[in-house]
Ligand binder design. Sequence first.
Ligand SMILES: [Zn+2]
Length: 570
Amino acid sequence: MARHLITSAIPYINGIKHLGNLVGSQLPADLYARFQRARGHEVLFLCATDEHGTPAELAAAKAGKPVAEYCAEMHEVQARLAEGFRLSFDHFGRSSSPQNHKLTQHFAGRLADAGLIREVSERQVYSNTDGRFLPDRYIEGTCPNCSYERARGDQCENCTKQLDPTDLINPRSAISGSSDLEVRETKHLYLRQSALKGDLDAWIDSKSDWPLLTTSIARKWLHDGDGLQDRGITRDLDWGIPVRRGEADWPGMEGKVFYVWFDAPIEYIACALEWVDAGKGQDWERWWRTDKGAGDVRYTQFMGKDNVPFHTLSFPATILGAGEPWKLVDHLKSFNYLNYDGGQFSTSQGRGIFQDQALEILPADYWRWWLLSNCPESSDSEFTWALFQQGVNKDLADVLGNFVSRVTKFCRSKFGETVPAGGSRGPAEETLIADLEARLQRYIAHMEAMEVRKSAQELRAIWVAGNEYLQAAAPWSTIKSDPDQAAMQIRLALNLIGFYADVSAPFIPDASARMAHALGLPAQSLPSSVEQALERLAPDASFEVPDNLFAKITDEQKTDWESRFAGPRD
Ligand SMILES: [Zn+2]
């Protein structure tokens, strides 16, 4: 049994996330976690809310609530939505947890002891209109690299280049829009990432199996221009983790907090402590400390492409620099963007479909299937209501749902609600089983490689194979001339439904559970052999005809949703 530590990029706390966020990390991470559990492996799947920083303060102010209260409420909202989408986290933690406070301060202390932190007196942008220092991301302007007009002071989301606020052309406050900005003196801590460049370079070079999308982004940051820059890890804010050197005060840093990007990835580790403290697990160190049992853990991170630099450089710099045997990531799976109807999904602009809205109109499986089978892997992908309707109707309703419905209803009308006995398999069945055997192995290989779209294509082909068999076998004709033959065909088809339940569960857990339940089959791990999987339902076993698994999306619904989701969310 292998051991898989899996983390999804942690969603920010300042509101309900859209479907682009879901498919860009949490959903494929869940697919992989469910798959590895179904393979019989030991999995720890962690996610959390990312709660610090100015956007949280501003969102709380807008909601008229203290920031701690706002974050606690939004965490609950996000946790409920995650359950709604059947995201199977072993724990959904909070970066504001006491565990993360302590661990973040610990890492800062270790880095300081290793000489990897320097104090810098720096000149920072102060907004006279807003009466405060402006965090980098609250300064907007034109990107000097690509001329994108809404680049932020920390990073251009258009070209992903890391920026300083002073790099921006025509800078302005993102809070008030004011350009009445001045630069004032303040003291901050910097992580000497430049001193770790050689270590990081060697570590990236050792990852020959990583996707090009991942390594090319990391190498660009390591080598472009003057190479990897030291990074400020403190901010002048009230909300966050107070700057301490381990358990000691840090003279000169009173009233400052760690930068959200410093503490957020440390929450991946702290979340495992929360998992234990919540009574869900026993030993977090055997997942995170290579000196305490994590040597055989395979650690996979899922994230959007904009998060790659922080996961390939900043967080590993923290871990390598701390000089303790923490587990480093083995594999990063990064995603491009899902676009919405010709533009970008955007939380700040309320553009697209948000998680709560999606679950209001359709069950989770519809979304899970479409998003995963169209996930933005090798390039950006596009959500349109027409494509969504087409995918759901064709794959789920016409292929899988229709197969289940036809087989169970036909059996009920001709043989009753028990698995019919009699007949024996012939060449058509042997051909089908050989075909499915090959497809199952390809499906497992694609899932193992985290090739999400290819996995979905293979799963769809597995469903199609059953339909084609049924069409060719035509038990509705056979039954007139050879009832035993028809019984065998239907018995095989009923067993196929059981097989589909097991093999589809990582993608569509609810529908899979309904299929298994209708057949009276307990959930089981992913079959390793089709031959065996098709022997689970013995003759005379009873079953139920399930309600329609998937309703088709009508043209009327499509048109209605198109107009409902056309404008920005209120
Ligand atoms: Zn740019």
